[in-house]
Design a binder for this molecule. Structure first.
Ligand code: AMP
Ligand code: MG
Length: 412
């Protein structure tokens, strides 16, 4: 048995980086930057008002209330034609450039209109009040995002701000996915023959893949027939950057995948010291990595998380390959296996200032419904003989705890 960390290192070292290209912002979410992004100009590029109000000289409003002449109005997107001269103000809107001569903005709430183009200023202001200085967000030449950042919605907004409309990123991986097994039928099968089940792994894996942001090539269900499987794997490795299969990698008599794999390329059947998902096939078919995940759905999920997800992120140039791990305490004793790394599907909740992890239900590798309830996987390392109630355990988070429902949203 290979220890998990060593197996993962071996898998990751076989991953090649995908090519770099420029992708428009509206197709770049989930992709990783291929080079550092440097600010080409300061942001904001000009000093502007943080408030709707009046641009003033500080000395003019030092002793409020005081009535001053409004020389002009500047809405956002316009520039004042004149400057703020002593005894006058310029009416200014949020985002409009600070006029020459202005030293601060008095917000509109601290003023009263006076007929005849004048305003009464009710408050004094220190220099710079409600002025957003040029470069207050980003300085020209500053590192905005390093290579390897995976672009999320906020990154896209920042890139737009600095005029990067098509960032340099690594291409989306194309991933072929197929299920193997004579017993499998698609989800829309209305009735099943004796011994038949519905294929849960393909929807599961496609969902996991789309969260990683890859392009999916769905190759369907392949029966346990050597020639069909060989043809499908050849086609998959030609069409995609990575092939992900499920089923047929255990020790069973009908497990063809491993035979077909060894005839097609440099693929091995591994026993990884982890629970679930011990059997796992990995290798290259004509240079295309193949991940042969176990058939039991929970095993497929865990093996995907431990091997496939970080591998795809590496290929796509991401610098963070792994899910966040949070320190939690066990809410009750957790399953252990001194020989293997055990992944316990758990629900993690914040209780009294600590994260508490409790089993999400049945831990059998076929019990997918309990994995659906889980928001994390507690990682019980090899060599650990027991994790009792209240003892620390690391949890790899799959999603955030659902601590807030509409009815218990605090008054903030
Ligand atoms: P295998 O690894 O092919 O021996 O399959 C192990 C177990 O997982 C068997 O009970 C299979 O019926 C089940 N299984 C395999 N593939 C799938 C799938 N795509 N969806 C649901 N269950 C599956
Ligand atoms: Mg099978």
């Amino acid at each position: 048995m290979k220890p998990l960390a060593a197996a993962r290192r071996e898998v990751l070292s076989a991953m090649r980086l995908l090519p770099v290209l420029e992708v428009p912002l509206d197709r770049a979410q989930g992709l990783a930057l291929a080079s550092d992004v440097i600010a080409p100009h300061a942001v904001p590029s000009f000093a502007n008002s943080a408030m709707d109000g009046y641009a003033v000289r500080v000395a003019d409003v030092a002793d409020p209330p005081v009535e001053l002449h409004i020389s002009e109005d500047v809405p956002a997107g316009h520039v004042a034609s004149g400057s703020v001269r002593p005894g006058s103000v310029i009416k200014i809107m949020t985002g409009a450039p600070i006029p020459e001569g202005a030293e601060a903005v008095v917000k509109v709430e601290d003023t009263e209109p006076v007929p005849g183009g004048r305003v009464r200023i009710m408050a004094s202001v220190p220099m710079g009040t409600a002025v957003r200085p040029a470069g207050g967000d980003l300085a020209e030449g500053q590192l905005v995002m390093p290579a390897g950042v995976r672009l999320g919605p906020v990154h896209l907004g920042v890139l737009a701000t600095i005029g990067v409309s098509a960032p340099r990123v690594r291409r989306r991986a194309r991933v072929a996915v197929l299920s193997t097994g004579d017993e499998l039928f698609p989800a829309d099968a209305q009735s099943l023959p004796p011994g038949g089940i519905r294929d849960s792994n393909r929807p599961l894996l496609k969902g996991l893949l789309s969260d990683v942001g890859v392009e999916i090539v769905d190759m369907g269900i392949i029966p346990d027939q050597e020639e069909r499987l060989r043809a499908a794997l050849k086609e998959a490795s030609a069409a995609a950057d990575v092939t992900v299969t499920s089923g047929g990698v255990s020790m069973g008599e009908y497990d063809l995948v491993k035979q077909v794999l060894s005839s097609l390329g440099d693929v091995g059947l591994w026993k990884v010291a982890m629970q679930p998902a011990k059997p796992f096939a990995f290798g290259l078919i004509h240079g295309t990595p193949l991940f042969g995940l176990p058939g039991n759905p929970v095993s497929a999920l865990v093996a995907f998380e431990q091997f496939v997800r970080p591998s795809l992120l590496k290929m796509m140039g991401a610098r963070a390959l792994f899910r966040p791990r949070v320190p939690a305490v066990a809410g009750h004793s957790l399953r252990t296996n001194p020989e293997k790394t055990v992944f316990v599907r758990v629900v993690v909740d914040l209780e009294g200032g600590r994260m508490v992890a409790r089993s999400s239900g049945g831990q059998g590798s076929n019990v997918l419904s309990a994995a659906a309830v889980a928001n994390g996987m507690a990682v019980v390392p090899r060599g650990v003989a027991s994790v009792g109630e209240g003892e620390p355990v690391a949890v790899e988070m799959l999603r955030s705890p659902e601590t807030r429902r509409e009815e218990d949203t605090p008054d903030e």
